[in-house]
Design a protein around this ligand. Structure first.
Ligand code: 4AD
Ligand code: MG
Length: 445
């Protein structure tokens, strides 16, 4: 594009390299403040935010007039001199010399998201615009860092990325949350987890992981559940439960350390208490399900929990919140009753009513971020479980084959990216952890 503005193009993130020089920024008007003969436009370009300054006498009258009448979120190309200013957010200001308007937001149909407070319903309806605001931008940067850290951890520790299918013939995590699709007149389902398929690739490659979208037709409205979310899942041949707990704590410590190191500015921008994250160093406490039941019953006796938890049930959100609040690090709960867990879990040889499984709960009341287990090794017992769970055996023949042809102890876990983003960012609700959240009755925009 031909522009009348001529000076090296840079970004706000890189502006510190240009102090004393004239540069060009390509972005949008975030906000405009006026004070006597001065204008203070705040410019954003995706990489950051910077305040510009214009004095009525320092620029051509038409430039001053253009800026004075600029509307919020109009797209602009700005030329100006870079000045270090210790008082400025980010440390720099731009002495604006010239502005070219690329597209103008109409005066009579203004940008709907002003800098004042809006209700969350309204913001979610305008999510396509809400993502531009500084807080949302910081959260999305942190999300990207978490994903990169997760990939780096596995890539650098001998795991091979293998991508499971998204369209599947059968359930993995229970039939009540399946999204059905019409697959050439045959019913098929959106995947709930890549696990069953990466069990197959783990037998080919040893240590594998998958990272992709997963789907659950969750019929309840909670602050932790999405219907479409991203899961990262490692699966390891010859791994037993103790190995999985160790892998999980090393993985989560690594991610948190990486974010605290590389995204400190964003964490500060969203006012996260970073000292709480700095505490997240392996090893994490391990609590058996039996011990967790005791904790919950004590909590009930103290009046902190409404209902008395009975052995045999699955932990609900209030239970998880209560337990995780007792620790300042993530806590691993292991060996749940098999009856509340998925069909594919290996029983504990010492107490077959328990599954060799683990859930990791994040601190500060964030609840489950990881779920995993050792996988059922016996062909016959697995077949029996498939029947008990009323799953169609013919769809699982290939999965049973893995036990027949060179079966070994193995296991893995899944970590939900959005739950981890919510915890690391200290967010109330998962809806802000993903650019476009999919929830019960929510599919627009
Ligand atoms: O505990 P889940 O259901 O475990 C599995 O899917 C296993 N097949 C994983 C494995 O062993 N490879 O889900 C794993 C994680 C949860 O701990 C949670 O972080 C996240 O996925 N998760 C959700 N996140 C957002 N919305 C939902 N509806 C979620 N359901 C699970
Ligand atoms: Mg789970």
């Amino acid at each position: 594009m031909e522009t009348k503005v001529e000076a090296p193009v840079t970004t706000i993130a890189e502006i510190g390299k240009h102090v004393g020089q004239t540069v060009t920024l390509k972005g949008w008007l975030y906000n405009l403040r006026e004070s006597g003969k001065l204008l203070f436009p705040i410019i954003r370009d995706g990489s950051g935010f910077i305040q510009g300054v214009l004095h009525v006498k320092s620029v051509a009258p038409e430039v001053f007039a253009t800026v004075k009448h600029l509307t919020q979120e109009s797209a602009i190309v700005v030329r100006g001199g870079v000045r270090a200013d210790a008082r400025a957010k980010g440390g720099f200001e731009l002495d604006v010399q010239d502005v070219q308007v690329i597209s103008r937001v109409p005066e009579d149909d203004p940008y709907p998201i002003s800098l004042k407070e809006h209700g969350v319903e309204f913001l979610m309806e305008n999510r396509h615009l809400w993502v531009r605001t500084p807080r949302q931008v910081a959260i999305l940067r942190i999300r990207a860092e978490i994903i990169k850290a997760a990939r780096d951890f596995f890539d650098d520790n001998g795991f091979i990325l293998t991508d499971p299918p998204i369209l599947t013939p059968a359930a993995c995590e229970g039939t009540s949350t399946l999204f059905e699709v019409d697959y050439f007149n045959e019913p098929a389902f959106l995947t709930q987890s890549g696990q069953l398929y990466i069990e197959a690739t783990a037998m080919a490659l040893g240590k594998v992981y998958s990272f992709g979208p997963t789907f659950r037709a969750e019929k309840s409205k909670t602050r932790r559940h999405l219907t479409e979310f991203w899961m990262v899942e490692p699966e390891v041949a010859y791994a037993e439960l103790a190995d999985l707990m160790k892998l999980g704590e090393d993985f989560v410590s690594f991610i948190v350390h990486r974010v605290v190191t590389k995204r400190r500015a964003e964490l500060e921008a969203i006012e996260r208490d970073i000292t709480k994250l700095e505490n997240v160093i392996a090893p994490f406490p391990r609590v058996s399900y039996d011990e967790a039941v005791k904790l919950l019953q004590e909590g009930h006796a103290k009046g902190a929990l409404e209902t008395k938890f009975e052995w045999g049930g699955d932990l609900g959100s209030p239970d998880e919140t209560y337990i995780s609040a007792q620790f300042d690090k993530p806590v691993i709960i292991h060996r749940y009753p098999a009856q509340v867990k998925a069909f594919y879990m290996e029983p504990d040889p010492e107490r077959p009513e328990l599954a060799l499984c683990m859930d990791m709960l994040a601190p500060e009341g964030y609840g489950e971020i990881i779920g995993g287990s050792q996988r059922m090794g016996s062909y016959e017992k697995l077949r029996q479980r498939i029947h008990e769970h009323k799953l169609p055996e013919e769809s699982f023949q290939w999965y049973l084959d893995l036990r027949k042809f060179g079966g070994v102890p193995h296991g893995g876990f899944g970590m939900g990216i959005e739950r981890v983003v919510a915890w690391i960012c200290g967010l109330e609700h998962v809806r802000e952890t993903i650019p476009f959240a999919r929830m019960l009755h929510k599919i627009y925009p």
